[in-house]
Write a protein that binds this ligand. Structure first.
Ligand SMILES: *Cc1c(COP(=O)(O)O)cnc(C)c1O
Length: 325
């Protein structure tokens, strides 16, 4: 097996991020609940994409790239963080965004502050977004530039390495805290974070199950298994990812990036219990899904459970939370 340290990275984040017990929420729910603060990765408003970008942008640099292209929804946290990281490395960023959903405020403001150019594609399909990314990429090449394209969410094996590494970081911090984690819970949006964490758990947290909460209706069982297999191949490790490693519960609500009442209640609950901001698109829904699983008895009484907070606060300034019930 290759060590992750053999892969080139560019240190962009402030790592390790904090990990600690949520005392109030643990008391309220009668479980030991810990949090991994990947909303505090130290770039932009923080979030999970920074760990992926440390690997992806290192690959871009090794290929001599001078302009980074990526795709996403109009409020993409991944696009915003790509803009921030590219700016820091002196690379131009072009964000090709699918014109649907909230088109003002939030991350779109930040994209501009970080100096990225934003191209809106008026479509409902990522095929059109990728076609535009391909077209721009060819155009840049013909102008003598060296573009590097990152797909939605950075969910390719090189990006997943960031979360394999995060699992190792979690294992070290769990040791320091003296806890043996029974489960790690994370949001699933394009699958890379969950795939990386699940593979990383097999490597560094044996006996810990990785639970994902899907925030859209894509078939994440297959997507994450495939990403785990490709990432294991990249790492040249003898671990064989299998369907039994994957535990996905869905909390999509009315649709991707449309607030659900459970998700909004979870945002308010975490904020009021712990002073921590979740978001209505990813982490609020992930928490809502986690609370549903708790209610269904999916966790034993004395289990130690880690919630990986993947960021997303920018959406709070773009999406209206419906009034409280
Ligand atoms: C992108 C994102 C996720 C989902 O991560 P994937 O690797 O795309 O599955 C979760 N939370 C936030 C805040 C995100 O921006």
């Amino acid at each position: 097996m290759k060590q992750i340290t053999e892969f080139e990275t560019i240190p962009l984040g402030v790592l390790p991020t904090p990990m600690y017990k949520l005392e109030n929420l643990s008391r309220e729910l009668g479980k030991n609940i810990y949090i991994k603060r990947d909303d505090m990765t130290g770039v932009g408003l923080g979030g999970n994409k920074v760990r992926k970008l440390e690997f992806l942008l290192a690959e871009a640099k090794a290929q001599g790239a001078d302009v980074i292209l990526t795709a996403g929804g109009p409020q993409s946290n991944h696009a915003m963080l790509t803009a921030a990281c590219a700016a820091r490395l002196g690379m131009e960023a072009i964000l090709i965004l699918k014109k649907r959903g909230t088109l003002t405020g939030g991350n779109l403001i930040l994209d501009g502050i970080f100096g990225a150019s934003v191209r809106m594609v008026d479509t409902d399909s990522y095929e059109d977004v990728y076609a535009e990314m391909e077209r721009l990429s060819a155009q840049l090449r013909s102008q003598g530039r060296t573009p590097y394209s990152i797909p939605v969410g950075g969910s390719v094996p090189v990006g997943c390495l960031g979360y394999v590494n995060c699992a190792r970081e979690i294992a070290n911090q769990a040791d320091e805290l003296g806890v043996r984690l029974d489960a790690v819970v994370s949001a699933v949006g394009s699958g890379g974070t969950y795939a990386g964490l699940t593979l990383g758990a097999k490597l560094f947290l044996p006996g810990t199950r990785s639970v994902g909460v899907g925030v859209c209706d894509d078939p994440f069982e297959e997507i994450s298994l495939e990403l785990m297999r490709e990432t294991a191949r990249l790492l040249d490790c003898d671990i064989q990812p299998c369907a039994e490693d994957i535990h996905i519960h869905y909390h999509t609500g009315p649709g991707y990036a449309i607030p659900s009442s459970g998700g909004c209640a979870a945002v308010r609950r975490l904020a009021r219990a712990e002073g921590i901001l979740a978001d209505p698109v990813y982490t609020g829904k992930a928490l809502a899904g986690f609370f549903e699983l708790l209610e269904q008895g999916a966790f034993d009484q004395d289990e130690d459970i880690l919630f990986v907070h993947t960021g997303g606060a920018g959406a709070l300034f773009a999406v209206d939370l419906p009034a409280e019930d």
